[in-house]
Ligand binder design. Structure first.
Ligand code: ADP
Ligand code: ZN
Length: 621
């Protein structure tokens, strides 16, 4: 719920009103959520902090006031790639925008500086380390500055995941330009980060506009990991053929292996990790941004600053470290508000591996304790039989009113639960009888009575627990085992890798004092393709209409044209037209420029540049 603004609602200095600029420049017909309040607050000269999820529409919150106020809006942005794409998009819409960063030659930089002083710029993106130089600060005093927007403001937080020391120095903005409005924006929600932003950027008295962190168009799905790569291939083939997506893996080797496996299966996939040659890495990133339907397989190094709006899925083949990380990474799907998926395959090994990484990290006990807590919260999300969205939002202190969101695997296809008391007792006795020294595989062999060499060697076929678990197969036992670890009734031994041992709570389970409900193992993808398709439209309100009544050929034609233009101009395809705009054209089937003008995303400049051409493409049948 936004903290409402108390600033006076004065008319914009140059008389243009926000809605008409929204329409003429951005081709949009209305504001979303708190945008309108924020725009009028900043346009009237107020400072504020904006917390909005990825895809929420933060850019407009400072771009529009910058256009409405006298002078140039200065945007602090941490990544060159992000600046480049934002500037390209603005120029496409007819805005006088530029960037100042290390990618410019000295000549190019002085040309930008000249335009700033001459009052020839509406928006200027500046890297933080550059902004705080004496040279740049003195330049800004000579210019007419409309506002300062500090994007990705959580980078000031020392405890956050994206700390950038150069952001700390940004406190100079408030000191040197106390009368210029400051707007700080972030998609990171937690309280501690928020406090740090307010302190460092001196926003103590400024209102905070806090949006819901729900991403209703993202469907969350977490499946039991078996053969993760084939599960992933099946997921892409059945549900996301031809879509752009990101696949996250923990290690570089794994990234390479998965990218190759996908390519071999005919899925256009490219690797991205810190070990790749720099040129190749940026080529892969550019192809992902500029071409349609590329899957990028990456370590977590990939993502921040990726503004691509039409990422249709984010897949995790390994467990992230925390719910924050999971939310951030999955949040890269569906910025454009269209239906998207967050899919993760997860198994016992993931918990064991992450635990080991924490144990072996050499960090302080305090840090380890916090890390284990964060991991446990994520495991809880992965294991829950209830709505995942509700759980995710609850972690960020937000309450989802409905019991069920209708757009996560557990809501779409509720898991079957069974009374697992006896199964748990069998498994825990098996751990106890075999001396708490063995891993999952061996324990299961003993339970289902498999006479392996190891079983005979240790005489485990003579134990009373040998063969007491024949009612389940190996796969099912793995699921039981994982859940008991997740519940904390079993834990991996930090001394003997892979071995499982009992915990404090095991005794009560063994005595039958604890109720245990277990979810049954899930198939590879829980939501079948047909089902997902038929429900798409009604599940995600921001989504495009059902695809049945439109001409798929026109869409293909428009996309091909868009790729050509993007290549010609050297900008990402989405900078030319968003998918949502293409879908809008396909649905509206405009025959006149006026009709085309009503499609969201078509502003004056796009109409002028591409209008006739688009109408011609629509007419070609
Ligand atoms: P954020 O920076 O918060 O991740 P963006 O500013 O990039 O989000 O906006 C995400 C998407 O939403 C963009 O495709 C943008 O065009 C679209 N968008 C933003 N505001 C509106 C609006 N008022 N109406 C329709 N689309 C909007
Ligand atoms: Zn749900």
């Amino acid at each position: 719920m936004p903290v409402s603004s108390t600033a006076p609602q004065t008319a914009p200095e140059n008389g243009r009103d926000a809605l008409s600029v929204l329409h003429s420049v951005f081709g949009l017909s209305g504001f979303r959520g708190a945008q309108e309040q924020i725009v009028s607050h900043v346009t009237a000269g107020g400072n504020c902090l904006v917390l909005m999820p990825t895809g929420g529409g933060k850019s407009l919150c400072y771009q529009l006031p910058a256009l409405l106020r006298q002078g140039c809006g200065i945007v602090v942005s941490p990544l060159i790639a992000l600046m480049r794409d934002q500037v390209a998009g603005l120029i496409e819409s007819g805005v006088n925008a530029a960037a100042l960063n290390s990618s410019l030659t000295p000549q190019e930089a002085s040309e930008v500086e000249r335009r700033l002083i001459a009052g020839d710029l509406d928006l200027l993106y500046v890297a933080p380390e550059r902004l705080v130089t004496p040279r740049c600060l003195s330049l800004l005093t000579q210019a007419n500055v409309a506002l300062f927007a500090i994007d990705e403001a959580h980078c000031v937080s020392q405890w956050g995941h994206d700390f950038r020391p150069e952001y700390v120095a940004l406190s100079v903005i408030a000191e040197r330009f106390p009368d210029v409005p400051r707007i700080a924006l972030t998609a990171t929600a937690d309280e501690l980060t928020r406090k740090e932003i307010v302190e460092r950027l001196q926003l103590t008295d400024a209102p905070q506009f806090v949006s819901s962190f729900d991403r209703p168009n993202i469907r969350y799905e977490i499946v039991d990991k078996r053969n993760a790569v084939s599960q992933l291939k099946e997921f892409i083939r059945e549900r996301h053929a031809g879509d752009a997506g990101v696949v996250y893996c923990l290690s570089r080797n794994r990234v390479e292996e998965v990218a190759t496996a996908l390519s071999d299966a005919g899925i256009p996939a490219l690797p991205y990790h810190a070990g790749l040659d720099g040129a190749l890495r940026s080529r892969n990133q550019d192809r992902f941004l500029n071409e349609d339907g590329i899957v990028i397989v990456a370590t977590v190094a990939f993502g921040m600053g990726i503004d691509k709006p039409d990422v249709r899925f984010v897949a995790h083949l390994d467990l992230p470290k925390s719910i924050e990380a999971y939310y951030q990474e999955t949040g890269r799907a569906g910025r454009d508000g269209k239906p998207s998926a967050a899919w993760m395959a997860y198994g016992l090994q993931d918990i064991v591996q992450q635990r080991r990484m924490i144990d072996e990290s050499g960090a302080s006990d305090e840090f380890k304790r916090v890390s284990v807590g964060k991991l446990d919260a994520l495991v809880g999300l992965a294991e829950t039989a209830h709505c995942r969205r509700k759980r995710l939002l609850a972690y960020f202190g937000e309450t989802l009113r409905d019991e069920s969101c209708g757009n996560c695997d557990n809501c779409v296809s509720p898991p079957r639960l069974r009374d697992g008391k006896v199964l748990a007792q069998k498994l825990l006795s098996c751990v106890y009888r075999t001396g708490q020294r063995f891993g999952a595989m061996h324990l299961i062999d003993v339970l289902i009575g498999r006479l392996t060499e190891k079983v005979t060697q240790f005489g485990h076929d003579k134990l009373t627990v040998f063969g007491i678990g024949r009612e389940l197969n190996e796969k099912q036992w793995r699921t039981v085992l994982r859940q008991l670890v997740a519940m904390g009734h079993l834990q991996s031994d930090s001394e003997a890798f892979g071995a499982l041992k009992l915990t404090e709570s095991s005794r009560a389970v063994l005595r039958g004092e604890t109720d245990i409900w277990l979810r049954e193992e899930t198939p590879g993808t829980r939501i079948r393709a047909s089902r997902a398709k038929s429900r798409r439209g009604d599940l995600a309100p921001a989504a495009s209409a059902p695809q049945g009544d439109v001409d798929p050929e026109l869409r293909t034609r428009l996309r091909a044209w868009r790729s050509d233009i993007a290549r010609e101009r050297g900008v990402p395809a989405y900078v030319v037209l968003h998918d949502a705009t293409i879908d809008g054209i396909v649905r509206a089937w405009p025959t006149t420029l006026d009709e085309l003008r009503n499609v969201p995303g078509i502003g004056d400049k796009k109409l002028e540049h591409y209008g006739e051409e688009l109408l011609r493409l629509v007419r070609t049948r």
